[in-house]
Structure formats: C-alpha cells, structure tokens
Design a protein around this ligand. Structure first.
Ligand code: SF4
Length: 235
C-alpha cells in the first residue's frame, strides 16, 4: 500500500499540471505526491507530508493500493508522470509495482528526491529522469542527514540525473562549488533554484541567481507554480 498526501478536499494529491521546476519545466504531467520525508527542511513547503507535530497525519495522508493510484493517474491525459513528496524513495518497495505498471503502459517517469537514499536497481531502470535536490546548510538539516556520499556518487553516475539546489543567499553557492568539486559534478547537471514561496521573493532572488548561473555555467530554474498560482496545493 502507498501513503499518498491528501489535498485540502481530502482527495489524494494526484493532479495534472506542468512541471514547474528543473530541466523539464513546462512539460505537462500527472503529479503523484507521496507522503513521508527523512529530512526536516526549515523552509519546506510540503510540511503536511511529514511534520506530524504541526499536521494531523490521519487527515493529511491517505493509504492507497497500487491499482487505485494507477487508476487515478490514468484518468488524466498524456503519458508523463512526476513522482514527488515528501521523499518518494522512502516508499521504494511499495511503489515499485506502480512504476512497473506505468512503465509498461508507456509512461515517462520523473522522480523528485532529496538525494539521501540510494535507489534500487529496479528504480534506476524504471525512472527516466531524476531530479535530485540535495539540501544545503540553509535547510537546517545536519550534514550527516543531508549528504549521503554513496547516494551522491550513484546519482552522479546516472546520465538521467540533474542536481537541483535551493539557494537563499548568494553565498550559498560556495557550498555548491565545494560539493561540485567533491563529487566531480558536471556544471551543466547543476540547476540552481531560489528558495521562495511567493512571487516577490522568487523574482528578487532570481535576479542574483541568474548572475551566478551566468558566471559559473550552472542552469537556472524558476518555480513556475509559485509564479502562476502562489503557494497552493494540487497545482
Ligand atoms: S526534503 Fe523536501 S519534502 Fe523533505 S523536508 Fe526538505 S523540502 Fe520538505
């Protein structure tokens, strides 16, 4: 069984939109938001998927079978799916049959992860694009929790993976440069995105972030969903 986040109306958080972040921004896809996370980022905008001190787990999470999730995904047009969270790799075992079914149905699968859990061979085979978002010091997570060298090296070896970093201040780039040297990351596999939950902050931080991308040769990502709809669920 899968633990899936709920929308405010109680329905599972499975919806059709366009990818708002990373190198596939603009691509129409069905989104599946899995609950639970192994980190606790200070600025997390999906705390309702894991923070049971602030949110009531019973009202925020729905348990679904693989068949139910597949049926909900297939209600929508297209054959692209983005699995997000929370941290989806926590539910690797339970979600493998769903990924198998989607793949057999001709789906292209993007996986969003915080990069701290090593994916199984099955998932490496099934996932078409990895959007790996390791957290920096600005997330408030201890280094031992946010950086898993084994996972870093594995994702670095996958042609289908990009590393998407969330920056709050220009100085955050120093940490990214150090990580890039440590794991020999290709600059064109590094995507920088502003930490922002409202349009004003997003635009302000985008200005200095674009300059950093121009000087370092990294890719830039906006957060299209924030620009279009603000900080809302299910969009
Ligand atoms: S890894 Fe993602 S879901 Fe987990 S706490 Fe951080 S921002 Fe939130």
């Amino acid at each position: 069984m899968l633990k899936v986040s709920r929308l405010p109306d109680g329905q599972p958080e499975i919806f059709h939109s366009v990818q708002g972040e990373g190198v596939n921004a603009g691509r129409p896809a069905v989104f599946l938001r899995l609950a639970l996370c192994n980190l606790s980022c200070l600025w997390c905008d999906t705390r309702y998927t894991w923070d049971w001190k602030r949110f009531d787990q019973a009202s925020q999470v729905v348990t679904m079978s693989v068949e139910e999730a597949e049926k909900s995904i297939k209600r929508y047009p297209g054959h692209s799916v983005v699995v997000t969270g929370g941290e989806p790799l926590i539910q690797q075992k339970a979600a493998t049959p769903l990924l198998e079914r989607l793949k057999n149905g001709g789906y292209w699968i993007e996986m969003e992860t915080n990069g701290t859990i090593v994916p199984s061979r099955n998932w490496i085979r099934l996932v078409d694009h990895w959007s790996v978002s390791p957290k920096l010091e600005n997330s408030g997570n201890p280094l031992s929790a946010r950086e898993n060298p084994r996972a870093y090296r594995l994702f670095r070896s996958l042609p289908s993976a990009h590393f998407k970093y969330v920056l709050q201040e220009p100085d955050d780039v120093k940490e990214i440069k150090a990580l890039s040297r440590k794991y020999a990351l290709d600059p064109l596999k590094i995507v920088l995105m502003p930490q922002a939950r409202d349009r004003k902050t997003l635009l302000e931080r985008s200005r200095w972030l674009v300059d950093i991308c121009r000087s370092e040769g990294y890719l830039f990502s906006t957060r299209l969903q924030i620009l279009l709809w603000g900080n809302r669920r299910g969009v």
